[in-house]
Design a protein around this ligand. Structure first.
Ligand code: PMP
Length: 365
């Protein structure tokens, strides 16, 4: 069997796949209404929020786009604190919609520096919002979102729009306590689900921003999701199959408890980094303290061919790794460990690496 070790989509357990095979139901009927309300209430528990949470049929990027088009207007200034490819995407989306973007870029492998962020907020007092990625999957770095949110909300009182796509349901995130206005995430990550759904939380302050926003929007207009939610329906035809899967996954998530889920991710993250280091490889983030517990990025040693490494892992050992994106192509590879990843899944990948590395010329450090 293939050991899919990319940072999403993640391997999905059989009971979830079976739930997806449930016969279709009327998405505007009583049965669906029950599923919609039950899953939304449970999503709120995972987001740790009393804010509205909506389910979008779309990938994570749809929820990022929703964050932008529902809170900002063309010409509004926004600061995008980015530490990688997905952070950059938040900037690209907002520029495409005419936002006056201040791109605050940190080197790949590092996290957001709070003093630099403060300087940027001081230099741009008219900025309406700050966008930030909680867990940057392209570099394997987790930002200290609690500290960032404290600066943005308590010190500067700006809107904060969060990409929590590879963090929510895997890493601790407190929507209400940290005053996060919009949090976007997607089903193919820690939720143990196939791709297809995105979830987004929306604070009262976000709703205020929505009432002032004149951004063009249709499919992603949160006002439509709110209006339809009140009658127990989604605004558009949803992925009914994914909703069956979500219903079951959330039952399992609530039964296990968030504390246990966070601890499992912390533990598998440590296990992965320890194993990588023991092989003589280096993790890509500049320090272990910011290394992600959902995705480990590993530096390809000087002189080695990263794509050869990945193809040998895939062809000879059925372990599928992810490469580096954009300027990191060939320079890093990434191993995902979200959802119910077991130590044995990671060990299998580490064992394969131990065989493949010398085959492609690695002589140790
Ligand atoms: N942001 C982050 C942090 C991600 O990990 C991803 C997916 N890898 C995305 C955004 C984009 O999500 P999607 O591919 O579901 O649109």
């Amino acid at each position: 069997m293939v050991n899919l070790r990319i940072p999403g989509p993640i391997p999905v357990n059989d009971d979830i796949l079976e739930a997806m095979g449930t016969p279709m139901i009327n998405h505007r009927g009583a049965e669906f209404k029950e599923i919609l309300y039950r899953t939304t209430d449970r999503l709120k528990k995972v987001f740790s929020t009393r804010n509205d949470v909506y389910i979008i049929t779309g990938s994570g990027t749809s929820a990022m786009e929703a964050a932008v088009v529902n809170t900002l207007s063309p010409g509004d200034k926004a600061i995008n604190a980015t530490v990688g490819v997905f952070g950059n995407r938040f900037g690209i989306i907002s520029e495409r919609y005419g936002v006056d973007l201040v791109s605050l870029e940190f080197p790949f492998g590092s996290d957001v520096d709070l003093d630099i962020l403060r300087n940027c907020l001081n230099a741009n007092p008219d900025a309406k919002a700050v966008m930030v990625t909680h867990n940057e999957t392209s570099t394997g770095v987790t930002n200290n979102l609690e500290a960032i949110a404290s600066v943005v909300k308590k010190e500067y009182d700006k809107l904060i729009l969060v990409d929590g796509i590879s963090s929510v349901c895997s890493l601790p995130l407190e929507t209400d306590e940290w005053e996060l206005d919009v949090v976007a995430t997607a089903s193919q990550k820690g939720w143990m689900l196939p791709p297809g759904l995105a979830f987004i939380s929306f604070s009262e302050r976000a709703w205020e921003a929505h009432s002032q926003s004149n951004m063009p929007r249709f499919y992603l207009d949160m006002a439509e999701y709110k209006r339809y939610y009140e009658i127990g329906q989604p605004p558009f035809t949803p992925s009914v199959s994914c909703m069956f899967a979500l219903d079951l996954a959330l039952q399992q998530i609530i039964d296990e408890g968030m504390g246990s889920i966070f601890e499992r991710h912390a533990s598998i993250g440590r296990y992965t980094r320890d194993g990588i280091t023991k092989l003589g490889l280096r993790i890509f983030p500049v320090s272990d303290s910011i290394a992600s517990n959902t995705c480990t990025a590993v530096t390809v040693p000087e002189g080695l061919d990263g794509s050869k490494l990945m193809s040998k892992m895939r062809e000879d050992h059925q372990v599928v790794l992810a490469g580096g994106q954009a300027s990191l192509n060939g320079k890093i590879f990434r191993l995902g460990h979200m959802g119910t990843t077991k130590e044995s899944d990671i060990q299998e990948a580490l064992d394969a690496l131990e065989i493949v590395l010398p085959e492609i010329g690695f002589r140790g450090t």
